[in-house]
Design a binder for this molecule. Structure first.
Ligand code: GLA
Length: 667
């Protein structure tokens, strides 16, 4: 199948903000369905995701189909003007499939065969699963292609969520074939994996295994290739179903729901190329302080995956989830605040898991749009109020969020950092990345995320806090961009290895040394709880303190901005700044305390010519969406318990405690 460019693909456009959720009518007697539809209308629901886990109801026995119930509910929804996001049900293979194919059950890294009774019980590389999934998808697509209510196809559900890596024999064979395709010769594999280490040389692809639980840590390159393979194996599953649906129903857009920023099993830069509209699921970690910052990050990452185009929030929760330790209910107003924060950052649809709270099953205590307590509830009233509010925001659809700063995000770095055996267990993909993101969030700067090889010309500031893997080409991309005037901020353990995981030699951070103007001879990680003082060498950045990390760093063109005055790095630069071509490159060879990190990132923004908002109250999120004709939608989101006054374009806008104001300026 030829790959369609983004502009050629079918577009998702309801003409208004999509509002609704996963709808599982098969969990309820049919008498409830008309009530459901009436309530959906009351709540302003205009889109539901249907059939996500319905395989066993649609194909109760192999090759025997029952679409009657689905026809009836689709008919009811259609009559009521509610559109359908129709799912292929392949995330829940039926019991008969497991019985006929016991060898298709997924196997864990330690060799445990996972049983039936949950969902996603399948091996992504199984030909039997591929065949059965293709058959139900074909039947479904044939039956509902062209149905006027079906405006979107939803392939599977959350690829890579429960079943992400399978270690069964079918996976072993598929992994070997994938390696043979990638490396062509086993010598090339040996070179890429550095198998001279610990005498792991392979003479044949058939000698290679998946990286199982072993006496010691498995070869990191083998581990990372297995993650690449596993992402690709799931992508093949997606493409198979997508292509069947596309052939039957070419004009209706197709998507699948990502979990950007929540789980990291898929290389979503690749996946995003394969969907017509990017869709995302996001759940707050209820007990986490400032969890709305994580929401913003996920939304910004999703928008970036969508190439700046509008995207769909396919799932979030109206209140508590059921899968965390303490499933804390959302406070009054939090539902709308969360939903509107996603809308602010580029979503054109606000959907929930799920419409009606289940009576049975694992998720019976998960919140929904219709709670167990019914419609005489605060939660239902908030659901209805949100629907009414979104109904008035249709002009937001299609508008864009503009960012002049970007953070490099790359699953290759994430997977490599996950392998362990690094200089400190404090090193992790999200550790610095979240610290940088939170700092910019508090400063009021909206950011995109970018792949390290992306075109950076639209950005003035690029942050690379966690770009552990840096290929020569990616380094060259950054080099050219800084040389022509960009401001780069890099943190420790960035630019360290190539895409095979081999260390760039000659001093750290090998791939970026010339850009940063530094050369590190040795890493000097700090112990947990150890805090060291930093002396200032730049009038703009006050002295402070740092934790986690230090380096035996030598200046090679850069100037020291802060220097360790104690600890293993005493006397060594901790933060440096380097003029490179027309641009500037900052390097943070430690984890500064919050106010020092703030000061450094503010100075980098100044270098980049980015003006940060002034006078904005703390805890208030302000994001602007801009229409093609110049209309502006300013979302002012008050995450505090106090009413606040936000300066906006010469006006003072009051935003009540915990509420959201959307200020529209039309041209
Ligand atoms: C995921 C799934 C849903 C449901 C929710 C619960 O996002 O896609 O089916 O399990 O989690 O939070």
């Amino acid at each position: 199948m030829t790959v369609q460019s983004a502009s050629e693909r079918p577009r998702f456009d309801l003409g208004s903000v999509a509002y609704g959720g996963d709808y599982n009518p098969e969990q309820w007697p049919e008498e409830i369905w008309p009530q459901d539809v009436a309530l959906m209308r009351e709540a302003g629901v205009n889109l539901v995701s249907l059939g996500i886990f319905s395989w066993a109801r649609l194909e109760p026995r192999p090759g025997e189909y029952d679409f009657g119930w689905l026809d009836r509910i689709i008919g009811l929804l259609h009559e009521a003007g509610i559109r359908i996001d129709l799912a292929t049900p392949t995330a829940a293979p039926p019991a008969w499939f497991q019985r006929a194919n016991p060898h298709v059950r997924p196997v864990t890294v330690s060799g445990t065969v996972l049983g039936y009774g949950a969902r996603q019980t399948y091996c992504p590389s199984s030909p039997e699963y591929a065949g059965a999934a293709a058959r139900i998808t074909t039947e479904l697509a044939r039956r509902y292609a062209g149905h006027p209510a079906v405006v979107l196809w939803h392939i599977h559900n959350e690829y890579g969520c429960h079943t992400s890596r399978c270690y069964c024999e079918q996976s072993v064979s598929a992994f070997r074939a994938w390696l043979a395709d990638r490396y062509r010769t086993v010598e090339a594999l040996n070179a890429a994996w550095g198998t001279a280490f610990w005498g792991q040389l392979y003479a044949d692809f058939d000698e290679v295994d998946v990286p199982r639980e072993a006496p010691a840590a498995a070869n990191p390159s083998q581990q990372v290739d297995f993650r690449r393979f596993s992402s690709d194996a799931l992508l093949e599953c997606y493409r198979r179903e997508r292509d069947i649906v596309r052939a039957a129903d070419p004009s209706v857009p197709i998507t699948t729901n990502f979990m950007a920023g929540l789980t990291d099993n898929l290389d979503l830069w690749q996946w995003a190329e394969e969907v017509d509209v990017v869709a995302n699921d996001h759940y707050l970690t209820a007990a986490q302080k400032d969890n709305h910052i994580n929401l913003s990050l996920s939304a910004d990452l999703t928008r970036s995956l969508a190439g700046g185009r509008p995207w769909l929030l396919m799932e979030h929760s109206t209140s508590a989830v059921n899968w965390q330790g303490h499933n804390i209910a959302k406070r009054p107003g939090e539902l709308a605040r969360n939903s509107l924060a996603h809308l602010a950052r580029g979503a054109d649809g606000i959907m929930f898991f799920q419409w009606r709270a289940s009576r049975n099953g694992v998720e019976k205590f998960h919140s929904a749009m219709v709670p167990h307590a019914g419609t005489d509830t605060r939660l239902w009233r908030e659901v209805v109020a949100l629907g009414a509010r979104l109904g008035k925001l249709e002009e937001v659809c299609g508008t864009r969020v503009e960012a002049k700063a970007a953070i490099v995000w790359d699953w290759e770095s994430r997977w490599n950092l996950d392998c362990g055996n690094k200089p400190s267990t404090d090193l992790g993909f999200r550790e610095r990345l979240d610290a940088f993101y939170a700092c910019l969030w508090h400063a009021g700067l909206t950011v995109d995320f970018v792949h390290p090889g992306a075109d950076l010309s639209g950005y003035r500031l690029v942050l690379a806090p966690s770009m552990y893997v840096t290929s020569a080409a990616w380094a060259e991309n950054l080099r050219g961009w800084v040389r022509s005037g960009g401001t780069l901020v890099s943190s420790y353990f960035t630019g360290i290895v190539d895409q095979n995981g081999a260390v760039h030699l000659g001093g750290y951070p090998g791939a970026l040394r010339d850009i940063l103007g530094v050369r590190t001879e040795e890493f000097l990680p700090l112990l947990p709880g150890q805090r060291v003082k930093l002396a200032s060498e730049d009038p703009g950045i006050p002295a402070g303190s740092a934790s986690r990390w230090a380096e035996d760093l030598r200046l090679d063109g850069a100037a020291a901005v802060l220097r360790h005055s104690e600890g293993p790095g005493a006397g060594r630069p901790a933060v440096t700044r380097h003029g490179f071509g027309e641009g500037t490159a900052w390097y943070l060879a430690t984890a500064p305390d919050q106010s020092t990190l703030d000061a450094v990132l503010r100075a980098a923004c100044a270098d980049a010519g980015l003006a940060l908002p002034v006078g904005r109250p703390a805890g208030v999120e302000c994001v602007r969406r801009v229409g093609a004709g110049g209309d502006e939608f300013d979302f002012l989101i008050n995450h505090t318990d106090q009413d606040v006054v936000v300066p906006l374009g010469g006006e003072q806008v009051t935003v009540p405690a915990g509420r959201v104001r959307v200020v529209v300026s039309t041209r």
